[in-house]
Design a protein around this ligand. Structure first.
Ligand code: NAG
Ligand code: NAG
Ligand code: NAG
Ligand code: NAG
Ligand code: NAG
Ligand code: NAG
Ligand code: NAG
Ligand code: CU
Length: 500
């Protein structure tokens, strides 16, 4: 309901787009409810010239991390929109839907041999390799709920691309991939010919965050001509040592060690002058059931948990898409009421204080808890340079937030733990060779700063790529007019805007 209405059952819809300045791996997915769980695929953009900025790999292997759900996804979506509380009699006594979880992680649609559905181990995704050859893994995290660590026992990786942009090659034995992110990874098959596990393992914040099961899936890297009597091949394939499921630092370090390539044409512009500064807090609060002006909070069933940006939880337009309303006016006569997204959190507090996590009556959180629902937009003039600092908070949870902006690649300038402090942190910005991405993993109890140029007219959804956060409202719209349009910055003719 932002750039278009959902494509109706049994109808077709054709997209035309230019592939311009991007090489590498992207993915496409449904954007209605939780349908992307199964409705997704990979897009591979190869260099037109045929030459890579590194030696051409022997073979490319897509690796899509996903989830196997044995639930009605429309219902899971409804549960989360309802505050993570189920009206299903099958939910536990408190109506808690922490049971709304996938059954397992998958690698390329295979559950792997850690799963056992019918008395026998499930199939693994098997990648056949030849000793001495270099493989390019095109890694996508298409999962709804978790960031994953990815490793292959006995092998190292060189990460060469992210979100369809080349990066400065980075050598590591572990990759952290958040939902929405993609990485292009070179792997040389230089281990003793044998069988090795590849593992995708989800991380999650420790207690007192609500805990979910640990999601993990195995694939196998299998060498051609493995001698049947080779010492290390007699038993099970070698298993890599994975980071702990509560270790979110490994993700922080992985992302912090990546940089882009210098010399991007837009770098001078984003370096010299910033027109718009936004600080967006990402967190959770509550609204009162039935639009009541006041209610009990602190875990009471009179209130509904929501996720927000700057204390506003997004609600979708219902009658027509936001872009259509902007372009053609509201043909149905009903007005679409939009509010401006506040440029800063409305009140300042210690965003990353873990005392805010527990949801208890009379807890530290209660005075901060009240939030509200609205359809928010933030308008930008054509060619404005925009800086957004995303601040993860400890309100009711302490998740990281993989933030994805449609319609743009942006430069990732810096990340840090704790509360963003402009005086201290601007000095750490990488304005020489920042990563160019479309999804930034905002660390748990920390922040990340991005800049981009508003040079793509449209109405662009900005959202967390954790599906439970999307369903609870952690999103907004960035609206850009073409420069020539009479209302490039001014009043939009058909949309009423209420000041927040
Ligand atoms: C879609 O088309 C199929 C085959 O004609 C039909 O069986 C089905 O009922 C249609 N579904 C909808 C929602 O119209
Ligand atoms: C699968 O589960 C059954 C029943 O618990 C057990 O007997 C069997 O050994 C398991 N098989 C594997 C491969 O884990
Ligand atoms: C890079 O990773 C190492 C550990 O792997 C870590 O000590 C270092 O702080 C990381 N660098 C950044 C900028 O995050
Ligand atoms: C809250 O739960 C109590 C006790 O289970 C129930 O009596 C009450 O109707 C519920 N209130 C709301 C607003 O759902
Ligand atoms: C915020 O909370 C953290 C964790 O309790 C604490 O270490 C830090 O000093 C607090 N910061 C401020 C500005 O109060
Ligand atoms: C959100 O706004 C409400 C008032 O509308 C206020 O009571 C609450 O403390 C605010 N919370 C945060 C986190 O800013
Ligand atoms: C965009 O703005 C920059 C200055 O911020 C200017 O140098 C450049 O010419 C502008 N580009 C266009 C297409 O207007
Ligand atoms: Cu989030």
């Amino acid at each position: 309901m932002i750039t278009q209405c959902p494509i109706q059952p049994n109808t077709t819809f054709t997209y035309q787009f230019h592939v311009d300045g991007q090489e590498g791996t992207l993915w496409w997915h449904a954007h209605v409810s939780l349908l992307r769980a199964t409705l997704h695929g990979i897009i591979i953009i190869r260099p037109k010239s045929g030459s890579y900025p590194f030696q051409k790999p022997h073979m490319e292997v897509p690796i899509v991390i996903g989830e196997w759900w044995q639930m009605d996804l429309m219902k899971v979506d409804k549960d989360f929109a309802n505050g993570g509380v189920s009206d299903d009699p099958g939910a536990d006594a408190t109506g808690d839907t922490r049971g709304d979880n996938p059954a397992s992680a998958t690698i390329n649609g295979k559950l792997g041999d850690l799963n056992n559905c019918s008395g026998v181990a499930e199939d693994n995704f098997v990648m056949n390799v030849e000793y001495g050859k270099t493989y390019m893994l095109r890694l996508v995290n298409a999962a709804l709920f978790s960031e994953y660590y990815f490793k292959v026992a006995g092998h190292k990786f060189t990460v060469v691309g992210a979100d369809a942009n080349y990066i400065r090659p980075y050598t590591t034995d572990v990759v952290a991939v958040a939902p929405g992110e993609t990485f292009d990874i070179l792997m040389v098959a230089d281990a003793p010919p044998c069988r090795y596990y590849m593992v995708a393992k989800a991380n999650q914040p420790p207690l007192p965050d609500p805990q979910i099961p640990e999601f993990i899936s195995n694939g196998i890297v299998q060498y051609k001509n493995t001698p049947s009597n080779a010492d290390n091949c007699r038993h099970e394939p070698l298993m890599p040592k994975m980071p702990d499921q509560h270790d979110t630092l490994a993700s922080f370090y992985f992302h912090g060690n990546l940089s882009g390539l210098p010399g991007h044409p837009l770098l001078t512009q984003i370096k010299d002058h910033v027109n718009e500064h936004l600080l967006i807090s990402l967190g959770k609060g509550t609204i009162c059931k039935g639009n009541k002006p006041s209610c009990k909070r602190g875990g009471s069933n009179e209130s509904i948990e929501v996720a927000y940006m700057n204390n506003v939880s997004f609600s979708y337009p219902e009658k027509m898409s936001l872009l259509e309303a902007r372009q053609y006016g509201n043909r149905n006569g009903a007005s679409m009421v939009l509010q401006d997204l506040p440029s800063r959190p409305p009140r300042s507090f210690n965003f990353t204080d873990p005392k805010l996590i527990p949801v208890v009556p009379g807890g530290e959180l209660e005075r901060l808890e009240p939030s509200r629902k609205a359809t928010t937009v933030r308008r930008f003039a054509h060619n404005a340079t925009v800086e957004v600092v995303f601040q993860s908070t400890a309100t009711m949870q302490s998740d990281s937030n993989p933030m994805h902006l449609h319609g743009h690649d942006f430069f990732v300038l810096a990340q840090g733990h704790g509360n963003y402090n402009p005086v201290r942190d601007v000095r750490r910005y990488n304005l020489v060779d920042p990563l160019l991405k479309n999804t930034v993993q905002v660390p748990r109890l920390g922040w990340a700063a991005i800049r981009f140029v508003a040079d793509n007219p449209g109405a662009w959804f900005l959202h967390c790529h954790f599906e439970f956060h999307i369903a609870m409202g952690m999103s907004t719209v960035f609206s850009e007019r073409p420069s020539s349009h009479p209302s490039a910055m001014g009043q939009e003719p058909y949309i009423r805007t209420d000041q927040a």
